[in-house]
Write a protein that binds this ligand. Structure first.
Ligand SMILES: *[C@@H]1O[C@H](CO)[C@@H](O)[C@H](O)[C@H]1NC(C)=O
Ligand SMILES: *[C@@H]1O[C@H](CO)[C@@H](O)[C@H](O)[C@H]1NC(C)=O
Ligand SMILES: *[C@@H]1O[C@H](CO)[C@@H](O)[C@H](O)[C@H]1NC(C)=O
Ligand SMILES: *[C@@H]1O[C@H](CO)[C@@H](O)[C@H](O)[C@H]1NC(C)=O
Ligand SMILES: *[C@@H]1O[C@H](CO)[C@@H](O)[C@H](O)[C@H]1NC(C)=O
Length: 498
């Protein structure tokens, strides 16, 4: 009898108080409870936490949401608790504000869970944007009366950028290459060459590889139409590249110059032939020690032979290179800020380095030096050191729209300052024929030089890539100091008529 009663009681105990759960919905305005006066109100929350989570397993179509979880305080006032209201304010480029209200499906009968532990709930919602500060506030309902300070709890949450392990799944990040794994390998092929291999992305076909140690040693631009193929590019470098950083900048459609850059390290290229020598040596190691001396002699002869062959080859090679390689010249490149650095200057620089065998001086690569010396001193020194000063002009503004990202600010302003400075130098050189010879203008499109810089039209002007051969020839003439020719005379004449 008592057994039956006991088990009945147990059944009732198990069945009667269903645990409260939450039902949440948007409530932008004040809660209806505001309008009513409450003599008793529940206490505040014990804890409030926020973490970003990925809303679905699908890579392509997932948004990042906030998982907001809270813990109720275990005190007697929990019996009065009807709902919890959570408001989120986001602050980035613009502000956002929204609130939800989570009703508890049952009144709370106990201060803690029947199973033990505090009452804990969580709500998933509120989309998370990149790099945004969120203020999350929560309070219990019925809330305190209108003129009383109600208990509430607030936390801050700053969402990370695309490099974060969760945020990288945002559509914007995926489009900027957050999921692209180029698997960069780079090795030093020779004193002035680095080979960079990487896997291309379906998002775009233009890339720039840059070797830095920490100054820029060289760059190379790549266009690869095929997706997800392994691409190899050789970068000409002007310094010790072993251990240097290789930075791969992609130019995808949606992110332009602001795509996610990837890095790798330059190592020494594996030497072919070493392994077979090692193999020989290990085989020889098994032979009788008596034969060692004889082998030593043989090795000596082999080494001597290899050395002779190598020297011969080297002589052949150097004589070959001296006859085929054109003299290297120093070119200082200045450009106005409306030219996008990556799309235009990078390609032009690579062209100068690889096709015209020029050493390029770019403001962009000498920021530290410029800061130390001051722009005027730096430009004066570089102008003197350079064989040619090249004004890189774009006569089409639309060509590079949005390239000088206003958010970045600095680099554009710097290049603008230096361009104006260089242009002023040019103006003061207008009367000297020898000085004027240094200047060359390169335009990317047909058309006249813009009014502001019309004085530059006295100098040889080339359209890339149409006049590429002539342009290289002009640079090389500069080195050989035989450019007394027609152009400078025309230039001089035009200057006098200015
Ligand atoms: C929560 O309760 C309030 C007041 O009873 C009601 O107006 C609201 O619609 C409820 N919300 C949800 C999501 O059930
Ligand atoms: C949200 O966070 C709470 C507490 O950490 C956790 O119990 C819950 O499973 C999380 N929800 C989701 C959807 O991940
Ligand atoms: C949130 O951050 C602001 C400043 O960014 C600070 O003044 C405020 O105290 C923080 N609030 C909390 C609850 O941490
Ligand atoms: C990266 O490339 C190297 C060399 O090509 C290869 O051995 C390695 O498996 C690749 N790793 C990944 C993750 O694709
Ligand atoms: C790049 O790829 C080429 C061709 O597949 C290979 O011979 C070379 O060793 C690779 N170099 C690096 C640095 O991975």
């Amino acid at each position: 009898m008592s057994l039956v009663l006991l088990s009945l009681a147990a059944l009732c105990w198990g069945a009667v108080p269903p645990e409260p759960t939450i039902q949440c919905g948007s409530e932008p305005g004040p809660s209806p409870e505001w309008m009513v006066r409450h003599t008793l109100t529940p206490g505040d929350l014990r804890d409030l936490r926020v973490e970003p989570i990925k809303s679905s397993a699908d890579l392509e179509d997932s948004s990042i949401l906030m998982n907001i979880s809270w813990i109720l305080r275990a005190d007697a006032s929990i019996r009065l608790l009807k709902a919890t209201k959570i408001c989120v304010m986001g602050k980035s480029h613009f502000q956002s504000y929204s609130c939800i209200r989570c009703n508890y499906t049952q009144a709370f009968q106990t201060q803690t869970r029947p199973s033990g532990g505090k009452w804990t709930f969580s709500y998933t919602g509120f989309p998370v944007e990149l790099n945004t500060v969120y203020f999350i506030g929560a309070h219990n309902i019925p809330n305190a009366n209108m003129n009383e300070d109600g208990p509430s709890m607030a936390v801050n949450f700053t969402s990370p950028g695309c490099l974060d392990h969760i945020m990288k799944y945002k559509k914007k990040c995926i489009e900027a290459g957050s999921l692209w794994k180029p698997n960069i390998t780079a090795c030093k092929k020779s004193a002035d060459m680095v080979e960079v291999n990487f896997t291309t992305s379906p998002l775009g076909d233009r890339y720039m590889a840059l070797i830095q140690n920490p100054t820029v040693l060289g760059t190379s631009c790549v266009s690869e139409q095929k997706e997800l193929t392994r691409t190899s590019v050789v970068v000409h470098v002007t310094g010790e590249s072993e251990g240097a950083v290789v930075q791969l900048t992609p130019y995808f459609r949606t992110c332009g110059n602001d795509c996610i850059r990837q890095r790798g390290t330059v190592v020494r290229c594996p030497q072919t032939g070493v392994s077979s020598q090692d193999h020989d040596r290990s085989v020889l190691g098994g032979w009788l020690p008596l034969l060692l001396s004889a082998l030593l002699v043989a090795t000596w002869m082999l080494v001597a032979g290899i050395y002779l062959i190598w020297r011969h080859e080297r002589i052949k090679k150097t004589s070959f290179s001296t006859t085929t390689l054109l003299p290297s010249i120093k070119a200082l490149v200045v450009y106005p800020s409306e030219i996008c650095f990556h799309h235009t200057v990078c390609y032009f620089t690579e062209f100068l380095q690889n096709r015209c065998r020029s050493e390029v001086i770019l403001e962009k690569w000498q920021k530290k030096k410029i800061a130390e010396m001051g722009p005027v001193q730096w430009l004066t020194t570089q102008k003197q050191a350079a064989d040619k000063v090249i004004f890189l002009l774009s006569n089409d503004n639309t060509m590079c729209d949005g390239t000088c990202d206003k958010r970045e600010g600095g680099p554009c302003e710097d290049s603008e300052d230096l361009f104006h400075l260089a242009f002023n130098f040019f103006c003061s050189d207008l009367r000297s024929q020898t000085h004027l010879r240094k200047y060359v203008v390169v335009c990317f499109r047909e058309g006249d030089i813009k009014d502001n810089y019309s004085a530059l039209s006295v100098c040889p002007t080339y359209r890339l890539m149409r006049d590429a051969t002539d342009f290289c020839a002009e640079l090389l003439h500069a080195k050989q100091h035989v450019s007394v020719g027609r152009r400078s005379r025309i230039c001089h004449y035009s200057c006098l008529s200015l």
